[in-house]
Design a binder for this molecule. Structure first.
Ligand code: SIN
Ligand code: FE2
Length: 200
């Protein structure tokens, strides 16, 4: 298995083969049936282009009250549990006994993107964040701990898993664009990204 290192992020190319991608996708579909995607707003009042939902004890939210973790979907229900197939990606790659408490699920339609940001709403940055790509290719950009400055980009493909941890845990990152039609995994196209986080 190929592991690339870029700015401290570990990129495990095709960590999930096609069958494993389908298995994870099947579990994510059942989560989304119970906790439908919604389109969050930034604290500044702009609609994000990605659609979001979560699984786990906590889900990540953004709205006029700011960025935060919450124990309920905006519709008032508890988030569904994180699927076993997803937890096992975390355990295999991190070797940690500690389990993530949030699996943020982002859906990117062909025109969606995500601006450069740090993942910093968690209590302890010693835990890594693990990111799973499913569906269309995404141009992923990685910078440093400070905003601005030099960045490097690479295309993430379906089945790739990125570990953002250690010295790189607070590196800025974002998605410039997705390449529509590059994968057949999602029947209606687009890309799903899962990020696993220890919250508390
Ligand atoms: C994120 O940073 O939350 C998402 C990264 C990605 O979509 O690959
Ligand atoms: Fe992020």
């Amino acid at each position: 298995m190929t592991v690339l290192r870029l700015r401290g992020f570990e990129i495990h190319k095709t960590f999930l083969d096609h069958a494993a991608q389908q298995a994870v996708l099947g579990e994510i579909r059942s989560v989304v049936k119970k906790a439908p995607f919604f389109r969050p707003e930034t604290p500044g009042g702009k609609k994000m282009s990605v659609r979001m939902t979560s699984a786990g004890e906590y889900g990540w939210l953004s709205d006029a009250d700011g960025y935060r973790y919450a124990d309920q979907h905006p519709n008032g229900m508890a988030w569904p549990a994180i699927p076993e197939a997803v937890l096992s990606i975390w355990s295999t790659l991190t070797g940690l006994d500690r389990k993530p408490e949030c699996c943020l699920i982002n859906y990117y339609a062909s025109d969606a993107k995500m601006g450069m940001h740090q993942d910093r709403d968690e209590a302890d940055f010693r835990w890594p964040v693990v990111s799973v790509s499913l569906g269309d290719d995404a141009l992923f950009r990685i910078g440093g701990q400070k905003r601005g400055g030099k960045t490097d980009s690479l295309w993430l493909q379906s089945g790739d898993v990125v570990v953002m941890g250690g010295e790189a845990r607070l590196n800025h990152h974002g998605v410039d664009r997705v390449r529509a039609g590059s994968s057949k995994l999602l029947p209606k196209g687009g890309r799903i990204n899962l990020t696993l986080r220890v919250v508390k």
